[in-house]
Design a protein around this ligand. Sequence first.
Ligand SMILES: *Cc1c(COP(=O)(O)O)cnc(C)c1O
Ligand code: SF4
Length: 338
Amino acid sequence: MMLSSTDISPVYRADRDWRQVLKQAWRKPAELLDYLQLDPLLLKGIEAGQREFPLLAPPAFVRQIEKGNPADPLFLQIFPLVAENQAVKGLLQDPVGDLDSQASPGLLHKYRSRALIITTGACAIHCRYCFRRHFPYSSATGMRVDWPQTLDYIRQHPEITEIILSGGDPLMLPTSQLQDISTKLASLPQIKTLRIHSRMPTTLPERINPALLNWLSGLPFRLVLVHHINHPNEISSQAKDAISTLTPYIQQQLNQAVLLRGVNNKVTTLVNLSEFLFANKILPYYIHQMDPVESAGHFICSDLEALELMDELRISLPGYLLPKLVRECAGEGSKTPV
Ligand SMILES: *Cc1c(COP(=O)(O)O)cnc(C)c1O
Ligand code: SF4
């Protein structure tokens, strides 16, 4: 008898499936340009950026890019443009000072009641403005979570009531590993809320599979999912399906966006983004002034421009659809309002 695919446990088949999709992500700039019918001249001078932080563009995201449009707001977020070579004053390799604020390896405790775990350095997409672009987080020694030390630290800090799974993208971990992590955290009665920061429901919606839902359904925490969606075009019909599948399992879905020149620094775009999010039961949470990271200066909007956009947004949107404009400052006790 032939072994059909239905004979494999659905849980493992599903984990294999999203990894297969990730293997189909675009990694070669020339091939992506060819597919998007864009000018190969865009390849000129991009070697340094590509070497440091290589293109990684998953299928669901690429399908949302308009062919033949080099100014497409999704394309700009993932393609290593020659503009990355511009030296811009005041840009830093580690703008957030994260490497200095580890409470124990892999654990960041900057804000009193919540601690953040860097579960993995990997993501399903490489965003050009990411402040992690200069750090090989996945390989850097000292970035592996030291679990005994992490659990001890949390126990000694009863003020921590919320754990944030971040990275990289925590949903890049196999579901079995997520299960291990949540089991460890469940041994700490002080933890009331588990928050997951992920870009995968929109970049790799295939990740929202039965195994993941099964994991979510068994968690003894209030669950918060913070999406990372910068532009309404990112919410494909496949992403919509993934988000609505998640809805019954999550107490609150939120979104953080980064304000990016050429991508979303327009009132109409940000109004649409808030409305699209709301239509999918997600509330806008933060809009971040970009971390001043080297090689991404071409994305930066001035504070003045950001504040003017916010003034317009306040007029156009109900208060509950207005994201808070913040930036991350080393040494502050919370995100800092601009
Ligand atoms: C952003 C962040 C948090 C969460 O901050 P909230 O304002 O609660 O969303 C927690 N820890 C670290 C290290 C962070 O960067
Ligand atoms: S998904 Fe987040 S962590 Fe990953 S590259 Fe993009 S911005 Fe950086």
